[in-house]
Design a binder for this molecule. Sequence first.
Ligand SMILES: [Zn+2]
Length: 151
Amino acid sequence: MMKLDKEAVEKIYQHALREYPEECCGIVTGSSGTQTVYPCKNIQNRLHAEDAERFPRDARTAYVIDRSELDRITAYAEENGHAILAFYHSHPEHEAFFSEEDAAAQTVFGEPEFPDAVHVVVSVMNRKINDLKCYKWDGGTGRFRVVENCA
Ligand SMILES: [Zn+2]
């Protein structure tokens, strides 16, 4: 099972604190030996401004990684023989649960696009890191479940 290394966790924490009170989001690629953190732009505010009916939440309670940025990072990882190890995002002023919206964002027609990736959720309370939890797709139950000791 993938374990995030200390450096990767620290980079994710810094990104979460930087974007607070909005959600940060990003991708971790690599192998068990090397991990690279790619902070991504959360385009939720833009989507919300363009179409508030379709995107009722703003970046304080939701995130979207731009498709072209995601494609660029996954293509680069593939070229270099790196796996997509994890996706991460933060929950400002909320616990590190995996919400129904989080599950919906990762699943198309009930199946995740990256079934092997771990989903890292960081809770930030009052500008301080509060918690980190990881979730992974369980094909047997068709749900995301908690991964223990992921960081
Ligand atoms: Zn979330």
